[in-house]
Write a protein that binds this ligand. Structure first.
Ligand SMILES: Cc1ncc(COP(=O)(O)O)c(C=O)c1O
Length: 441
């Protein structure tokens, strides 16, 4: 396959040695490169493309908004798209009387959420509460604040001396960690007591683990117990739904699987389906009003916050998800996808676990199924699988480090929520072809 490296070009990317083809266009669940090669987008990049590529409804909404007005600063104006979008979101988030703050990425909403948690606590008179508890296997974003909460050793590595020292607890990982929900809750409580509840502002976690643990689903008692601990010590619960929000797991929100209500919820990736960089923070009306009364303002803002075009794109995307009942489709197609992956690959000698909910699946590759020994980190197996799938015309998402921070290979499958039965079959066929062709040395 022809690969473009643009040796004379002026762009640098994260994966520096990897040459990539030139994308040309997208339609439905497919992307096409400039050579005409077609790729089934089995993960929407990193779980972004919720309503599929080439949707005229979203494109038209963006175009209409651009023609009307492209930018108006949030300190100076509100707008119909922003107000309507927030009103629609208020009906689907689990937080009562929710209020919304719009930003442009997952990292930004996490960064904003930790500042909001701090200010909610200050407005309650809890001025010492400045620590945010994160989890060891987690990812919350690329800025130094969000990375301080994240646990991914390989991503923290070069910047470790620059990160804030935040407490971390274990992450549910049934495949490798037999701890019960109660044991996780004890550990969280121990950590709270060790640092002093009066110093803890919030606990942040992904309701179902994203790339760090590849769609690892906690046991059913985990989230209700976490909620209890947070309530007991006045700690805010932040649900990081950046990857799993808005229907990805077959319910509107990952946390909805356990009927738990967070204090703050953040999401991004699929919010505008990739048509616009968009994310938002949702918080309780009573907490926002308290900040207004006690502190006056939320001391946080950015040039592109509450972007009117982003709101138009988000609203159009949300309308499609509702009109086409894509949350239900995610649940239905998710069952099919999981069953087909299990039936085709469940006995594979190097696949240790297949897990997920809705259209959010992770496959963990191991050298030895009995001992769960991972492949050595230097093999970069997940990356090799990703590349082979790509050559076969299938896009999946890869991640490494689930076993010990460095080794442990995961492939994630999370196609657009519009996928239908025959397309699920095609996706699995391409993935099976990819895996069966691997040498697994
Ligand atoms: C759970 C979670 N939170 C936050 C982020 C950061 O989002 P972004 O890459 O949009 O900054 C990610 C990205 O993968 C994520 O999966």
């Amino acid at each position: 396959m022809k690969r473009y490296s643009h040796p004379g070009g002026h762009v640098f990317y994260r994966k520096m040695k990897h040459a990539r083809p030139m994308v040309s266009h997208g339609q439905g669940i497919y992307l096409y490169d400039s050579d005409g090669k077609r790729y089934l987008d089995g993960s929407g990049g990193p779980l972004v493309v919720n309503v599929g590529h080439g949707r005229p409804e979203v494109v038209d909404a963006i175009r209409r908004q651009l023609e009307a007005v492209a930018y108006a600063h949030a300190i100076m104006f509100t707008s119909k798209p922003i107000e309507s979008y927030a009103a629609s979101l208020a009906k689907i988030v689990p937080i009562p009387d929710a209020r919304f703050y719009f930003l442009s990425s997952g990292t930004e909403v996490v960064e904003g959420a930790i500042k909001l948690a701090r200010q909610i606590q200050q407005a309650r008179g809890e001025h010492e509460r400045h620590l945010i508890i994160g989890r060891r296997q987690s990812y919350h974003g690329m800025t130094l604040g969000a990375l301080s909460l994240s646990g991914r050793a390989a991503l923290r590595g070069p910047y470790i001396d620059m990160l804030a020292d935040m407490p971390h607890v274990s992450t549910p990982y049934p495949y490798r960690n037999p701890m019960t929900g109660e044991e996780f809750a004890y550990q969280l409580e121990d950590t709270v007591l060790q640092y002093g509840p009066e110093n803890i502002a919030a606990f942040i976690a992904e309701p179902i683990s994203g790339a760090s643990l590849g769609a690892s689903v906690p046991t059913n008692d985990y989230w209700p117990l976490v909620r209890q601990i947070c309530d007991r010590y006045g700690i805010l619960l932040i649900a990081d739904e950046v990857m799993v929000g808005l229907g990805r797991t077959g319910r509107w929100w990952g946390i909805d699987h356990w009927y738990v209500v967070p204090d703050i919820l953040v999401t991004s990736k699929g919010a505008a389906g990739g048509y616009y960089p968009l994310g938002f923070i949702a918080a309780r009306g009573s907490d926002i009003e308290n900040i207004q009364q006690v502190l006056g303002d939320f001391n946080h803002g950015g040039t592109f916050s509450h972007h009117v075009v982003g709101a138009a794109a988000g609203l159009a995307t949300l309308n499609i998800i509702q009109d086409e009942e894509l949350v239900t489709n995610s649940a239905r197609m998710g069952v099919l996808l999981g069953a087909q992956l299990e039936s085709a690959l469940g006995d594979h000698p190097h696949i240790g676990d297949i897990r997920g909910r809705g259209l959010f699946w992770g496959l963990e590759f191991v050298r030895d199924r009995q001992t769960k020994e991972p492949f050595p980190a230097a093999t970069h197996l997940a990356w090799q699988i990703w590349r082979r799938a790509f050559d076969n015309g299938l896009i999946v998402y890869y991640s490494q480090g689930c076993a010990d921070g460095f080794a442990g290979d995961i492939i994630m499958v999370g196609p657009p929520l519009i996928i239908d039965e025959s397309q699920v079959g095609k996706l699995v066929e391409l993935f099976v072809k990819t895996v069966k062709g691997l040498p697994f040395a």
